[in-house]
Design a protein around this ligand. Structure first.
Ligand code: BGP
Length: 481
């Protein structure tokens, strides 16, 4: 053991299992630009950033972003230069289906994604598609968006178009990226589009639709495409690690409640033996709703048939993980406000000794990653985990030593989780290839391995030090094959 630990702590990349895959991730709205050209329709991020520029820190938007719609070939060269196995990117729903509905497919959109997929394959890089990374077509939002259960049908129609068009070459599909961000931040009072403020009700309705939509699309793939196309389909859920602030059972319970309500909300119905939302969450929201004089729980239930429909609908658990917080007990929620965060009501803070980043919510705490992977292993019987995002934000320095320190630390802990703890993780992806439009932070926050000059109309890309780091890391991990 001592030798193994000594080796692990000095290793860089070595000893990852033979078939372990490394990659990088992006999302359509954050990089593509070309928001209204070549037939693309309007989506909720276009609408929100145009109507409310002040909701974005630097009053920018994704109109041009990294201009990847025109520069995708350069991007693939940069990705290829890293020596990665796969590239995870998302489809812009309104670039393929400008109104959101499947009665008209935009040929330029099809051409664009075909170009990317074919070029990746030519370079031996596996294309991995996220079907939905937050850019809902505006006309579907006009019909109520995700809180309206009918949106699940339109999502399935869209997914079918994607399977038909690209499924002969794309073998890994991710239905949703980070459902809690879509629902709680989009419809429950957070800052993400469409930023609807009906807290405490719409966010849970949205959650119900998303879980049904995910399951529907899984079954669609399973029944009609899996046999022919031989691919895998899963979902990406995000969570930080919640470390109890002390051994006090109340703090331990607060940490567990946080994991169950933020992560278990999604993973329990799909990956657990019981199906359905976590019991802790159901009881808590039912009780609070009662105290608030609601006639029923604000958490809309699933009947037995629906539970069976959702259960087991994922070939892998996509995990986005960035950071850790200390959780401690807070008194039972007040009756108001009616909101998800009031339902949860756990106190969180960080250890002042942890290395911060340019985002208040991200610290360099690699051991939390290993603990989370072990928690997932215990909770859901060691499912295959695909780490779809992990990364560190700064303000854009070329010599990005903090990013390298972060990535090295998290990769080391991942390796221990795999080799020492036997966690079933088979792939890892860095967020992100390029500096990009970081949602509410606009261009003030940089996650890229490559720097992008956003004042240059050509959006010139240049490597940061972390490019060489990741490249070497991947290469040395393969040397031992
Ligand atoms: C994840 C998203 C990514 C990316 C990253 C950074 O939640 O899936 O799209 O943006 O986080 O987050 P942020 O820009 O909110 O700091």
């Amino acid at each position: 053991w001592i030798i193994l630990f000594a080796f692990l702590s000095t290793s860089s990349g070595s000893h990852f299992p033979k078939n372990f895959k490394f990659g990088v991730s992006t999302a359509s709205y954050q990089i593509e630009g070309a928001w209204n050209v070549s037939g693309k329709g309007e989506n909720i991020w276009d609408r929100m950033t145009h109507e409310h520029p002040n909701w974005i820190e630097d009053r920018t938007n994704g109109d041009v972003a990294c201009d990847s719609y025109h520069q995708w070939k350069t991007d693939i060269e940069l990705i290829n230069n890293l020596g990665v196995d796969f590239y995870r990117f998302s489809l812009s729903w309104s670039r393929l289906l400008p109104t959101g509905f499947s009665n008209y497919v935009n040929p330029d959109g099809v051409r664009y994604y075909n170009g990317i997929i074919n070029e990746l394959l030519k370079n031996n890089i596996e294309p991995i598609i996220t079907i939905y990374h937050w850019d809902l077509p505006q006309p579907i939002q006009n019909e109520g968006g995700w809180p309206n259960i009918v949106t699940a049908e339109y999502f399935a129609d869209y997914a079918k178009v994607a399977f038909e068009l690209f499924g002969d070459r794309v073998k890994t599909w991710i239905t949703f990226n980070e459902p809690i961000e879509i629902c709680q931040n989009g419809y429950g009072g957070g800052g993400k589009a469409p930023r609807i403020f009906s807290s405490g009700v719409s966010d849970y309705l949205c959650g119900r639709t998303l879980l049904m939509a995910h399951a529907k699309v899984f079954h669609l793939y399973d029944r009609h495409y899996r046999h022919k196309q031989q691919g895998k389909i899963g979902v990406t859920i995000n969570t930080g690690w919640f470390e109890p602030k002390s051994n006090d059972p109340k703090d331990v319970a607060a940490a567990e409640l946080s994991l169950q309500m933020m992560f278990g909300w999604w993973t329990n119905p799909i990956f657990s033996k019981t199906g359905d939302y976590p019991l802790l969450m159901k009881d808590r929201i039912a009780n609070i709703s009662r105290a608030q004089h609601f006639k029923r729980s604000r958490l809309p239930n699933f009947n037995n048939e629906e539970i069976k429909f959702i259960q087991g609908t994922s070939d892998f658990l996509g995990l986005n993980h960035y950071s850790t917080v200390l959780a401690s007990y807070a008194p039972l929620p007040n009756v108001i406000p009616v909101s998800f965060s009031n339902d949860l009501n756990v106190k969180t803070e960080v250890d002042p000794k942890w290395i911060p980043s340019a985002a208040t919510w991200i610290h360099d705490v690699p051991w939390g990653f290993r603990k989370l992977l072990n928690w997932i292993k215990g909770e859901y019987n060691n499912p295959p985990v695909f780490v779809t995002e992990n990364g560190y934000p700064d303000v854009g320095q070329f010599n990005d030593m903090e990013r390298i320190h972060y990535l090295q630390g998290y990769l080391d802990e991942l390796l221990k989780a795999i080799l020492v703890d036997d966690c079933n993780v088979y792939a890892y992806s860095v967020w992100s290839v390029l500096d990009n439009m970081e949602w509410n932070r606009g261009y003030t926050l940089k996650f890229g391995l490559y720097h992008v000059n956003f004042t240059d109309p050509k959006r010139k890309r240049s490597p940061k030090s972390s490019v060489q780091f990741y490249k070497d890391f991947i290469k040395s991990s393969r040397k031992f094959d």
